[in-house]
Design a protein around this ligand. Structure first.
Ligand code: V1S
Ligand code: CA
Ligand code: ZN
Length: 388
């Protein structure tokens, strides 16, 4: 450990803030910001901080937050935090304002949490646009469900949309790739009508029972001839249990041609860890190295790269995954044995970085080769419409 050298080629910046990690959504809520502390312990344990530029993120300002979100929504988040009292539902509808509630609860420090994880994504995006980094990482970001005036699916502020808006000031075309097990609906919706952002989400899709219920293969962009955004939203809906080989092949078969045809000037990769085997909310069967193989593949295109977190509900595996993906960004190989002197080592009973997550998997792979071939075909058909 401690032997990781600064890579000759790429500069990597790493953005975090302990205030984000200390927040609590409530005892029964699956989102645990503390998984970020666990991630940093592994990153530091292996000495990866010697090879990157480490930044303490600063909060996004009201002006920055309202680049995408409505003023009344941002002011609401701030004022409920300042009041510090539990939210009251509407007397007639029983609903909370701005879709807050069980999935997106109020908690002490909510506004600081939101402005800091968003500030980190903005700081990271600016490292790329200033040419101060080739790869910028914010594991506290990637909160892809938030809408202009609404919280959704554990997400309050859409840091991804804010970061992409920042990138669009300097780059003509942004490719957004989302490997969280859930559909990246908020990002898709925000850029639905433009051809300057192409979104591609891989996710479990079951309209009736799996959150958020959108992201069918036919949801490819607004109706043609009226709108430049047509064919620029790609969805890759999957069934339970997809395994390492099927997923990485599918990912490369789709993303390779997307990069070739769209020729993005920069790529944003949301690395939600709930697509791993054994996740508390997910239903895929991926191992850490297969998930990381997607990061490796995207990195190989040598465009400026913004790497974000997202979902991930089995904290020890989230931490392992994002530490591994940090090492991928650094071109560093790390040993399977976790550093002996690492704090919190007792949270990793196997003592290893790469335990087998597909062993005894709760979900068998019901994605047939024919189904996956069909997905590649229908997705790639969309690329033929491009005029770039
Ligand atoms: N799946 C799931 C799930 N579990 C919960 C939940 C459980 C316990 C709690 F105390 C609070 C919430 N909510 C959901 C999903 C939302 C999943 C969001 C994923 C976010 C991401 O990983 O993509 C990015 C960070 N919500 C629902 O399924 C909605 C309900 C329909 C069922 C659950 N109840 C609590 C709300 C309504
Ligand atoms: Ca996804
Ligand atoms: Zn998710």
């Amino acid at each position: 450990t401690g032997g990781i050298q600064r890579p000759k080629g790429k500069t990597v910046s790493y953005h975090s803030n302990p205030i984000v990690e200390a927040q609590h959504f409530g005892p029964h809520h699956p989102m645990k910001p503390w998984r970020l502390t666990l991630t940093n312990k592994i990153v530091l344990g292996y000495g990866m901080h010697h090879a990157m530029d480490m930044y303490l993120s600063k909060p996004a300002t009201r002006e920055e937050l309202t680049d995408f979100h409505s003023e009344d929504y941002v002011d609401f988040l701030k004022s409920v935090t300042e009041a510090g009292e539990p939210l009251q539902p509407d007397k007639e509808t029983g609903l909370y304002a701005h879709n807050m509630g069980d999935d997106c609860p109020f908690f002490d420090g909510l506004f600081d949490y939101c402005s800091l994880y968003s500030g980190a994504s903005l700081d990271a995006a600016r490292k790329l646009t200033n040419n101060q980094a080739d790869i910028a990482i914010n594991w506290s970001g990637g909160l892809h469900h938030a809408k202009k005036s609404e919280a959704s699916g554990f997400c309050y502020i859409n840091d991804i949309v804010l970061a992409i808006l920042q990138l669009l000031l300097y780059y003509p075309r942004v490719l957004y790739i989302d490997i969280d097990v859930h559909h990246g609906d908020g990002v898709e919706q925000a850029f639905w009508s433009t051809d300057r952002v192409m979104t591609v989400s891989f996710h479990k899709y079951d309209k009736a029972i799996f959150f958020p219920g959108t992201g069918g293969v036919d949801e490819v962009g607004p109706p043609e001839n009226t709108n430049p955004g047509a064919h620029h939203s790609l969805n890759v809906p999957l069934h339970d249990g997809i395994d390492d080989e099927s997923y990485t092949n599918l990912f490369k078969d789709i993303i390779g041609p997307c990069v070739e045809r769209y020729n993005p000037s920069t790529i944003v990769l949301q690395c939600g860890a709930d697509s791993l085997g054994g996740d508390r909310l997910g239903c895929f069967n991926l191992n850490i190295k297969a998930h990381g193989e997607c990061v490796k593949f995207v990195k190989s295109f040598n465009t400026p790269l913004l790497v974000l977190g997202g979902g991930g509900y089995t904290a020890r595996n989230v931490a392992r995954l994002w530490a591994h993906e940090t090492s991928v960004c650094l071109d560093a190989e790390v040993s399977n044995t976790l550093p002996r002197d690492m704090p919190f080592l007792s949270h990793f009973p196997e003592g290893t970085l790469y335990p087998d997550l597909s062993r005894g998997g709760r979900f068998t792979n019901i994605n047939t080769p024919q189904y996956l071939r069909g997905l590649v075909q229908s997705t790639l058909e969309q690329l033929r419409y491009f005029v770039h």
